[in-house]
Design a protein around this ligand. Sequence first.
Ligand SMILES: Nc1nc2c(ncn2[C@@H]2O[C@H](COP(=O)(O)OP(=O)(O)OP(=O)(O)O)[C@@H](O)[C@H]2O)c(=O)[nH]1
Ligand SMILES: [Mg+2]
Length: 262
Amino acid sequence: MSFFKKIFSKEKKETLDKGLEKTKTTFLDKLGKAVAGKSKVDADVLDDLEDVLISSDVGVATTIKVIDRIEERVAKDKYLGTAELNGILRDEIAGLLSEVNNGDATDFTIPKQDGPYVVMVVGVNGVGKTTTIGKLAHQFKQKGLKVVLGAGDTFRAAAVDQLQIWADRVGVEIVKQDMGSDPASVAFDTLQSAVAQNADVVLLDTAGRLHNKVNLMNELTKVKRVMQKIIPNAPHDVMLVLDGSTGQNAFEQAKQLLRLQK
Ligand SMILES: Nc1nc2c(ncn2[C@@H]2O[C@H](COP(=O)(O)OP(=O)(O)OP(=O)(O)O)[C@@H](O)[C@H]2O)c(=O)[nH]1
Ligand SMILES: [Mg+2]
């Protein structure tokens, strides 16, 4: 499909295809079951289709959009055969993807301001904070922004090295201290260095923590307070990283950890 050709190179598409093979097979499998024995797209098929999309991790908002669009088509065409459903789904989902691609829904833009824009990255253990920092650093660098990473996870062995690897890969500055040092002190150094270098954005890594551990939450408050000695309204953003498999508990994590943003 031309749209996919536009956004993915051949090698990237091959890797993506391989990674998505299992999802694709189960998705088509479920879709086949939803339309088995039916010749027409009716309310039952749409109901089943909704289940298939949701259980294939398409996401509620996107599923509703897709179902709404198919409903509109059914209303317009009067008779819509299930044989056409595959093609229609492909069109509708590709349409939605290109809307997202053209808009800035997935684009995390840094507002223009004097001094570095400070993003503090928080979340429970192992959700992908450090990896997200690596990806964001790459995106920002591509856009021509000067990025400084702060190795604020001084707790876990190898956390500093992990961020260093990302900094080397992406080719951005990193400010770090030894494992076991005070994260607030690392944050202070990072902001001081970012200001001195006239950086556009600071991405501060933090150690993973459960949002109900009071002492660890207080540690983040201290990091914030210390950063404000250098940049009074830092952090400009607190980014909560969530694992895609997190359920209801995500709300509690957001409630507790995003308090820091206020
Ligand atoms: N499948 C998948 N794996 C990811 C993603 N992001 C990170 N990972 C993997 O998840 C593991 C943990 O990622 P990290 O970035 O170290 O997570 P973290 O939140 O910094 O972890 P802590 O610092 O230990 O709290 C690593 O093996 C990553 O490669 C993602 O988007 N998808
Ligand atoms: Mg980490």
